[in-house]
Design a protein around this ligand. Structure first.
Ligand code: AMP
Length: 177
């Protein structure tokens, strides 16, 4: 792309919203990146840099902001998109995976026929915090016998050590805090 954005351009566009959705959380708002055609396209290109059409059998995205980047990445790589959704949202048969949150727990799901054994998969989400969500998504992907090539995030909150929970898989993050 002509005049592709740099990671610094993306970082400048990300808006920090203090105390959302609850006191103490510094919410990283990626909507200004999405609203700018150059930044949106550039962020997707950086998330999949090094991969080309034919390398990947599916891009898996995590509900909900992960869908936006993963779907765009799938189009770029000329492959399919697979959603990992919150429990109860997918209409067909699902596998589910539960993971702990700071308070309570959460369950995510994937259709049982979404991937085939041996499929080469990229997993994409907007942000890596504790790694609980991505870790559960890894379990769902591997339950279907697929292979994870890489896990890509726009943002990583390093101080939460989320990478520890994704051990054994290559992890890419464009912007770290
Ligand atoms: P975790 O499972 O702790 O790694 O949390 C990751 C998920 O929560 C991602 O899908 C993010 O969209 C969301 N998330 C967690 N913390 C933040 C934050 N500070 N700003 C924006 N999104 C967040």
């Amino acid at each position: 792309m002509i005049n592709s954005p740099t990671v610094a351009d993306l970082e400048r566009a990300i808006r920090n919203v203090p105390d959302f959705p609850q006191p103490g959380i510094q919410f990283k708002d990626i909507t200004p990146v999405l609203a700018d055609a150059r930044l949106f396209a550039g962020s997707v290109d950086l998330l999949i840099d090094g991969f080309k059409p034919g390398d990947v059998d599916a891009v898996v995205g995590i509900d909900a902001r992960g869908f936006i980047f993963a779907a765009a990445a799938a189009l770029r790589l000329q492959t399919g998109f697979v959603p990992v959704r919150k429990k109860g949202k997918l209409p067909y048969q699902t596998h589910e995976e539960n993971y702990a949150l700071e308070y309570g727990s959460n369950t995510i799901a994937m259709h049982t026929d979404a991937l085939k054994p041996g499929n080469r998969v990229l997993l994409v989400d907007d942000l890596l915090a504790t790694g609980g969500t991505a870790g559960a998504a890894i379990a769902l992907i591997e339950k279907l016998g697929a292979t994870i090539l890489e896990i890509s995030f726009l943002i990583e909150l390093k101080f939460l050590n989320g990478r520890e929970r994704l051990k054994g898989h290559p992890v890419r993050s464009l912007i770290t805090y």
